[in-house]
Design a protein. Structure first.
Ligand SMILES: Cc1cc2nc3c(=O)[nH]c(=O)nc-3n(C[C@H](O)[C@H](O)[C@H](O)COP(=O)(O)OP(=O)(O)OC[C@H]3O[C@@H](n4cnc5c(N)ncnc54)[C@H](O)[C@@H]3O)c2cc1C
Length: 399
């Protein structure tokens, strides 16, 4: 099998870029390799976890988002041989390409937390980072009758870095309305060292945290769960080294460590060293692979220092589509990506801080007002506007 352009992954990045390429390169032979028959609007999972939308609202058939004229190969990539311009598929065959776009998202390393696999979904342990579990998270939050509610975030890069705190803010609000807040302690245990990477939004979030009386523990990375005794063990990084800290919980919302998919890590497309080792290497600006010039990457898989969000993909997709078209047509690359990412920080039902920023962590607001303030209209944007834009414009290559 051979196709001119092969795209790995039919998620947010793959579909957006395919739609753009189809329009831009008339008659191009484009194939998407995507094993799943479902496509998910993952930003809804935070709202599913808070009982605001049903999980089904985040799901559509993959067939319904596949751009017309693009060949859908329902298979999984096993390995990439970039030297030979070919990929190996899980079903055994190989597929050759002239140009490759790599956008398979990231891998959630559930297995790296001891005891998590068996504990998840029972005894107060939950996570919005999975379609089925997002619904169970709401069940867990709604049924919480008081005690210690812990929300975790790992030290690795993750998709939507704000989501672990958003679900905590929404849960705390539910504890208030359910009348259990006064007999509860609500804590955020994070492997990171700050509340948020961009100062103006960090200051705003600190005010929310103070108002809600939330306790923050930095440099605490979840390592193990003892479900029988309802205890969580963290690796705490101090100047003297790493020490283990064990804490009792009644509710534990877990965000596991994340990494590039294994087939990327072992390919020659991966960064071979440095703090982002294993993630896909791309030029931060053009999103072209530094060695294999017929290969581009976008989305959660790339080793760039931006927030891994769908919002980032909205800016990356036009860059990849235009620069790939330029390579095919023998023109110089002209499009650049500035590291834009956005995090709609829901701080409660009807309240949202719309964080937008670039590689340098400089705010890049879209609206002519102070976006570091909690606003109702920005909440409506997240709840109604952004999903509409996603399904009707972004996936069609129009936004
Ligand atoms: C709880 C949560 C909240 C979020 N909130 C927001 C938000 O508020 N705003 C925002 O902008 N973003 C948010 N995001 C992040 C956003 O959803 C992701 O950044 C975005 O979906 C990444 O797109 P992607 O194409 O890189 O990966 P995905 O959309 O995950 O798609 C990857 C695709 O590749 C396929 N694939 C995987 N492995 C292979 C393989 N071996 N071969 C072929 N195909 C493969 C998968 O089946 C999948 O369809 C959130 C995510 C989560 C989980």
């Amino acid at each position: 099998m051979r196709h001119q352009i092969v795209i790995i992954g039919g998620g947010s990045g793959g579909i957006s870029v395919a739609a753009r390429l189809k329009r831009q390169l008339k008659g191009a032979d484009i194939a998407i390799i995507e094993p799943s028959d479902k496509h998910y609007y993952q930003p809804f999972w935070t709202l599913v976890g808070a009982g605001i939308v049903p999980k089904e609202a985040s799901e559509r058939s993959e067939a319904s988002v596949m751009p017309r004229g693009v060949t859908w190969i329902r298979d999984r990539v096993q390995d990439i041989d970039a030297e030979r311009n070919q990929v190996t598929l899980a079903t055994g065959g190989t597929l050759e390409y002239d140009y490759l776009v790599v956008t398979p998202g990231l891998q959630i390393d559930w297995h790296k937390i001891e005891g998590l696999k068996d504990a998840l979904g029972h005894g107060g342990v939950c996570s919005i980072y999975d379609y089925q579990q997002s619904e169970k998270t709401w069940e867990t939050i709604r049924n919480f009758r008081g005690g210690h509610a812990i929300f975790t975030s790992p030290a690795t890069p993750i998709k939507c870095g704000g989501a672990p705190q958003k679900i905590m803010f929404l849960a705390e609000e539910t504890f208030v309305t359910e009348g259990v807040r006064e007999r509860s302690q609500v804590s955020f245990y994070t492997g990171g060292g700050v509340i948020f990477g961009v100062k103006v939004y960090a200051d705003a979030l600190q005010k929310v945290a103070d108002r809600k009386r939330l306790e923050y523990r930095f440099k605490h990375d979840l390592k193990a769960i003892d479900a029988a005794n309802k205890q969580a063990t963290f690796c705490k990084t101090t100047d003297a080294g790493i020490e283990e800290v064990t804490v009792d919980y009644d509710l534990l919302h877990v965000v596991p460590p994340m990494s590039a998919p294994d087939f990327i890590k072992r390919s020659s497309l991966a960064l071979q060293d440095g703090p982002l080792k294993g993630w896909m290497a791309v030029d931060h600006s053009t999103l072209q692979h530094p060695i294999f010039k017929n290969v581009f990457g976008l989305g959660d898989v790339i080793g760039t220092p931006n927030a891994k969000t769908g919002a980032a993909i909205r800016k990356q997709a036009p860059t990849v589509a235009e620069n790939l078209a330029a390579v095919i047509q023998g023109r110089p690359l002209t499009q650049t990506y500035n590291g834009y990412g956005s995090c709609p920080l829901v701080t409660g039902r009807g309240k949202l801080i719309l964080a937008e920023f670039n590689y340098k962590n400089e705010p890049t607001p879209s609206f002519p007002f102070d976006q570091a303030k909690e606003r109702y209209d920005m909440y409506l944007l997240k709840r109604h506007g952004l999903p509409l834009m996603y399904w009707n414009l972004m996936l069609k290559g129009l936004a």
